[in-house]
Structure formats: structure tokens, C-alpha cells
Design a protein around this ligand. Structure first.
Ligand code: AMP
Ligand code: MN
Ligand code: MN
Ligand code: MN
Length: 291
């Protein structure tokens, strides 16, 4: 296979195209996130709440008041080959009916799942976790494992969110409840139907074989998927290079996003990632960015 190398001559913008507000599982309001992005020197910013676009109007207005170029986004949970994969949609029309309906359906099973998580945690010696997690939920429509993780930290059972996932909430742990999300076809279809660009989020997080990764990238490409995240708060420095290589190999555009969830929680702050490795084409390469 021939690799395609691009010559990048864009100014090195501080771009952050992935983060979460308290409308999903972040801790800051959309307006507070916008202010933090601006203060951290972000020059092009997307907010990408999980399965939810309810915070975009607030984020857009706050960004406009700060003269911060804003990209409406979303991060959609899908199930692919038995695992959860996240697909980011960028430059979406968040009012698109099929997208809004698809996201509502995707969110639909979360409360029931959360009750099952709580029941399993009770068996594991942590009672009342549903009520405990609810204290951290900003949007009753979007109860996430992150909210359970914050409650388990409050109880003093773990010192970090990572530890909670390793001990209680990750796959195969006592509080894990398998869940079927949207399909790859649905998520990419909703994003495209809303005029957006589809991006595979943090590919380094998935536990797929090389064969499965190839099948995922190929299926995504065949559906018109355009980009993968290369620099993200979920990747190690080695993985920046690995996924830059993958981006060239499959002719994907490259995205950059901190995946910031809140101060003191996330490894990488808004705007704090290193630049994309050379030789990849940024997903924003042909966007008309008004400053
Ligand atoms: P859910 O959508 O309810 O399955 O929750 C998934 C969320 O949990 C992700 O978006 C992350 O914010 C968080 N998460 C998953 N795995 C970890 C981990 N190992 N450490 C910290 N947070 C995690
Ligand atoms: Mn999250
Ligand atoms: Mn994700
Ligand atoms: Mn995310």
C-alpha cells in the first residue's frame, strides 16, 4: 500500500475538538468550558458531549462572546464487534431531526443500565450507588459510569477515576453492565445527515486485534468516515505516532482533542496537547475559520 504524505503549511493553531460539559459527564458548564478553553489559548474549539447536543447553544453563545471560533460536536457511543467505540461528529447541525432522534434513542437505555450498575455495585458492597451517582448528574437523561466513579471516589474507595474503572466499572469488573449502543452505520449516518464530519475517537483505547482494527477502519472509510483522533488525552506519545501512521495508511484526516472532563480529573487540560505529528492532514485543514 502506498502511503499518502501531505505537506502541511497551515499556521499551527491551538485546536481542541473533543471535550465534555456537565450536560454529559464533564464537571463544568458549557459556558465555563468555553472560558477555560479561551484562557488556555485554544483558537478553535469543539464541545462533544456524549450522545447529547443539549449544551451546544450555551457553548456557542459563550464562545461567540469570547471571540472563540466554535465547532458544534457530539461523541456518539456505538457497539462494534462486541466493544464500545466512540464516534465524534464535528460541524454538525445540532437541530437535525434524525440526529436528535438518534441521540435520544441512544441515551434511552442509560437509566435502566444505571439501575443495573447500582444493583451490581450493591452486591459488591456499595449500596445506594444509583442515588449517589445521581448527585453528580447534570442531565438526568445522561447517567454515565463517570458519575458512579465520582461517587465511589467520594466514598474513599479509590483515589482516581482510572482506579474506579479498573476495580469496579470497567469491562469484567463487578459493576460492569454490558450495553448495546448504536451501530457504526447509524452513528455515521446521523452525523452525515446533519452535515457533519465523522471521526473515530481515541482509537488507541480499543482492545481490538489488528484484523479487527483493519475491519473497523475499512468499514468506517466505506461509510464515508473522514478522520481519526491522533492526539488525544487518551493516547500516549507513542500512540500519537502510531495513529499518525494509521491516518496516512488509510488516508484519514487527523484530529486533535483533549477529551477534557474537568479540572483535577483529566490528564490533559483544554488546549494542552502537543501539536499533531508532521505528515498528517488536520481535519480542520479546509475549514474557513473566522477569527
Ligand atoms: P459510559 O458512557 O457511561 O459507558 O461511560 C464512559 C465514560 O467513562 C467515558 O466517556 C470516560 O469519561 C469514562 N471512562 C471510561 N473508562 C475510563 C477509565 N479507565 N478511566 C477514567 N474514565 C474512564
Ligand atoms: Mn466521558
Ligand atoms: Mn470517548
Ligand atoms: Mn470523550
Amino acid at each position: 500500500m502506498t502511503n499518502t504524505f501531505f505537506c502541511i503549511e497551515l499556521p499551527m493553531l491551538n485546536v481542541d475538538l473533543h471535550c465534555h460539559s456537565n450536560v454529559s459527564d464533564g464537571t463544568l458548564t458549557p459556558a465555563a468550558l468555553a472560558a477555560r478553553a479561551k484562557a488556555n489559548g485554544v483558537e478553535l474549539w469543539a464541545m462533544t458531549d456524549h450522545d447529547e447536543v443539549g449544551g451546544i447553544a450555551e457553548a456557542r453563545a459563550a464562545a461567540a462572546a469570547l471571540n472563540l471560533p466554535f465547532v458544534p460536536g457530539v461523541e456518539i457511543s456505538i457497539t462494534w464487534s462486541g466493544q464500545t467505540v466512540h464516534i465524534v461528529g464535528l460541524r454538525i447541525d445540532e437541530t437535525n431531526r434524525a440526529l436528535v432522534a438518534g441521540l435520544a434513542a441512544t441515551r434511552g437505555g442509560r437509566e435502566q443500565r444505571a439501575r443495573e450498575v447500582a444493583a451490581r455495585l450493591a452486591t459488591a458492597g456499595i449500596p445506594d450507588a444509583f442515588e449517589g451517582a445521581l448527585k453528580y448528574v447534570g442531565n438526568p437523561d445522561l447517567i454515565s459510569r463517570t458519575h458512579f466513579a465520582r461517587y465511589i471516589m467520594e466514598l474513599g474507595l479509590c483515589d482516581s477515576l482510572q482506579e474506579v474503572f479498573a476495580d469496579y466499572l470497567g469491562e469484567g469488573r463487578p459493576g460492569f453492565v454490558p450495553h448495546r449502543w448504536a451501530t457504526l452505520e447509524e452513528a455515521v449516518g446521523w452525523i452525515h445527515g446533519a452535515g457533519g464530519i465523522a471521526v473515530i475517537a481515541h482509537p488507541g483505547r480499543y482492545r481490538f486485534s489488528d484484523l479487527q482494527f483493519d475491519a473497523l477502519f475499512t468499514a468506517f472509510k466505506d461509510l464515508g468516515g473522514a478522520a481519526i483522533e491522533v492526539t488525544t488525552g487518551s493516547h500516549t506519545a507513542d500512540q500519537y505516532e502510531t495513529y499518525a501512521r494509521i491516518a496516512r495508511q488509510y488516508d484519514f484526516l487527523a484530529s486533535r482533542g483533549s477529551d477534557f472532563h474537568g479540572p483535577g480529573e483529566s490528564r490533559v487540560d483544554l488546549g494542552a496537547l502537543p501539536a499533531l505529528p508532521s505528515g498528517v492532514k488536520p481535519v480542520w485543514h479546509d475549514w474557513n475559520i473566522a477569527h
